[in-house]
Each structure stands twice: as C-alpha cells, then as structure tokens.
Design a binder for this molecule. Structure first.
Ligand code: PLP
Length: 396
C-alpha cells in the first residue's frame, strides 16, 4: 500500500513493503530467528555483498526489524532507519560513527544523564572531545563552531529534564555552515509531535523505550536519516560490530505501540497541559517547566516547531530537598520510577535519579535543582492525576 499523507494511517500501515505473510495474518509475524538460510554459496555471496535484500543474520537485519525501520522512516520523513537494543545503543553508535579522534561533539548543557556521561566521559577516552554549551545562546555556539573542529551537534528538544526548547532549524543552519551534522534526540516529542529532519537536522533518534513502545514493557532505540550512506555506516560499520541490535520481539512490540501513538500523545498532551496549569497556580510550587505555558521561555519556539507540548512536566516545590522528597514519597497513583512515556503517570527526581551522573557543580550550574521533580504524565483520567498531585503536595 502507498504511504498516506496522514500520520494516523502511517502509524498503522506506513512503510509496509516487507511483503505480506502467506497466512494472511492481520498482524506481522515475529521472526524469532538468529540466522537465515541460503540456497547455495552463490546465493550467500550475492546477499552478503548487498546484491539482494534477502537476510543473513538478525544482527544485520530481520523482516520484523525491517518493517519497524521502514515505518519509522515514513514517520520521521527520512529514507533509512536502524533499530537498536536501546536508546543508548542508538546514541553511542551514531556519535561514534560521526566522530573520529581529534573531532569535537558539541552538546547542549543538559541531556539525559547517560548521554551526558557518554559525551563527556566515554568518548574522550577515544580522543573524541566534547564541548558543553547552552544551545539557546547563539553567540556562544557560533564561537565554538569557529574555534573547534565540531563534527556533530547533539541535543534533545524538549530537553530532559528541564523542558528547554532548542531551535532545530537555526542550529542546523549554523552547523551546516561549518560542515557539522546535527543529531536530535526526539524521544520527548515522538514523531507525532515533531519531525527534526524536516527542520534541517541530519539524524533523528529515539529511545523507543518511551512513547513509541508506550507501555513500559520493552527497551529499544531507533535512528532515522535521509543520508543513506550515513545510515549504512551506522548500521554496518557500528551497530553490527558493537552488537546493540533490537530483538525481533521488541520490534514487534514497537510496531504494536506505534498503532496508538497518536491517541496516546493527544491524551498525554491534554493531561499534561491541565496538570501544568494546576501546578502553576499551586501555592506550594515555586516553578513549573512546561513548554505549553505561555510564560515558558521556549513557548513561542515550541509552538512553531512542534505540534504539541508533550507529556513531561518538571516542577520545583517551594522548599528544600527534604520537602521535595516528602512530596514524591506521598504520591499514591503515580509510581516513583525512571523512564517516561508510559500509560501510567511516573514521578522521579532528576538530581537523585536520571541525572545523578552529573556532579554537584554541574547540577547547580545547569539549574537541575535538588527540589526539581519530573512528572511523566500518563493517560489516566485527569481528575485522578490532579488529586494525586494535590495529595503529594499537601505534605510540603
Ligand atoms: C531523552 C532520552 N534519550 C535517551 C534515553 C536512553 O534510552 P534507553 O533507556 O532506551 O537506552 C533516555 C532514557 O531515559 C531519554 O530520556
């Protein structure tokens, strides 16, 4: 079937060129096989030299993975995708593929904790440097681009956990003037709300563990680009060698999760907007970070570059770390957990949990306070979510 102009249809049918199953099953089979067989050595040679689309070994490709990858290419408006075992597998292979010893990767000052550790501690061991900057401060970005051999700019938008918004089009334009590639982690927005490739980014990636899976039951990652040569390098030069391939079973769960992404995102966004307004007017809350609020620094930019404000809110209680801990411990329906994008509302404390890899100095410098609480707003009834927040704040 031809791909549609409508995302709701593409979430269910997009990119389905793998070929129907002989049984005519509505849903794709899960190809739980490690390897694939050949008719002859000649056939093996043809496939292994990329002379055909047949399969060799699941670490290189598999029909269930291919269907998921093709669907993601349609949804992110790219032409090639690569499925990984986790978001971090996707990020590490991509950054390694883009940078060589002596190069610099420019990162936004705040990233998901493990991404920050990868860029600032692991990559330097292989001679790949990283520069940390606030990508909203354009003069500083220009200065680094002029001074360093920047090979890639890497950021999330909205940013985990402070929901800052970065201008994808502007950063892409500046990067391209200096020959650097732009890699955007689109996990918080999902392809339903934002398509970085259409704004000029070179690579978009996701932790599919989050909204794409949507049910908190599988890890995964995916990279999408329009640059097919780069996709081949990431896949056959890094993913295959480093080994972080997605399991066919998880690919099947991702395909299943995508079918309802639009409905879930609409509910996440609507619930989060109401929760953000509730928190903003609450006397025991000193600050709310949610790009849907008109007074959020990135509100206008987010309104332009995304189709909604997402399901994540961070807020600070009017009090110290002890008050924030008392608040978190007093949630009842929302569970204390890392991860996000699930049907359930989850609550966590970035400084103590997802971002504990940052040292105390950086946490302070980057505004990740000890009293910051991050909520991944679920798709439960909003009245129950608000009642739970109210109950939690009572003890502050
Ligand atoms: C924005 C973002 N990117 C990447 C990751 C890493 O993904 P994974 O846990 O699937 O490796 C996370 C995990 O929380 C995240 O929040």
């Amino acid at each position: 079937m031809k791909d549609s102009n409508h995302i709701a249809t593409n979430l269910i049918h997009g990119g389905d060129k793998v070929g129907g199953d002989a049984s005519k099953a509505l849903n794709p089979p899960i190809y739980m096989t490690s390897t694939f067989t050949f008719d002859s050595i000649e056939h093996a040679d043809e496939v292994m030299s990329f002379g055909s689309d047949d399969y060799v070994y699941t670490r290189g490709n598999n029909p269930t993975l291919r269907l998921f990858e093709q669907r993601m290419s349609v949804l992110e408006k790219g032409s090639a995708s690569i499925a990984f075992a986790s978001g971090m597998a996707a990020i590490s292979s991509t950054l390694l593929a883009l940078a060589s010893p002596g190069d610099t990767i420019l990162i936004h000052k705040t990233l998901y904790g493990s991404s920050f550790t990868l860029a600032t501690q692991l990559l330097p061991k292989w001679g790949i440097g990283s520069e940390t900057v606030d990508l909203r401060e354009i003069e500083s970005v220009k200065k680094i681009l002029a001074e360093k051999q920047v090979t890639a700019i890497y950021f999330e938008t909205p940013v985990n956990p402070d929901l800052a918004i970065i201008d994808i089009a502007l950063i892409s334009r500046l990067a391209h003037e200096h020959g650097a590639k732009v890699v955007v982690d689109n996990t918080f927005a999902s392809p339903y709300l934002q398509n970085p490739l259409t704004l000029g980014a070179d690579v978009v990636l996701h932790s599919t563990t989050k909204y794409i899976c949507g049910h908190g039951d599988a890890l995964g990652g995916v990279v999408t680009t329009k640059d097919e040569e780069l996709a081949t390098t990431i896949k056959f030069g890094y993913m295959c060698e480093l080994g972080g391939v997605m399991s066919p079973f998880n690919a099947w769960l991702m395909i299943r999760g995508l079918k309802t992404l639009h409905l879930r995102m609409q509910q996440h966004c609507s619930n989060a907007m109401k929760a953000a307004l509730f928190l903003e007017n609450h006397p025991k809350v000193s600050k709310v970070h949610y790009p849907g609020l008109p007074n959020h620094l990135g509100h206008e930019l987010c309104s332009r570059q995304t189709r909604g404000y997402g399901g994540i809110i961070s807020f600070e209680v009017a009090g110290d770390k002890t008050a924030a801990i008392r608040c978190i411990d007093n949630f009842s329906m929302a569970k204390i957990a890392v991860s996000l994008g699930d049907c359930e509302t989850l609550v966590q404390m970035p400084a103590a949990m997802t971002h504990r890899g940052y040292d105390a100095e950086h946490l302070k410098e980057f505004g990740l306070t000890e009293s910051m609480i991050r909520l991944s707003i679920g798709i439960e009834d909003i009245e129950d979510i608000l009642a739970d927040i109210e109950r939690a704040l009572e003890v502050v």
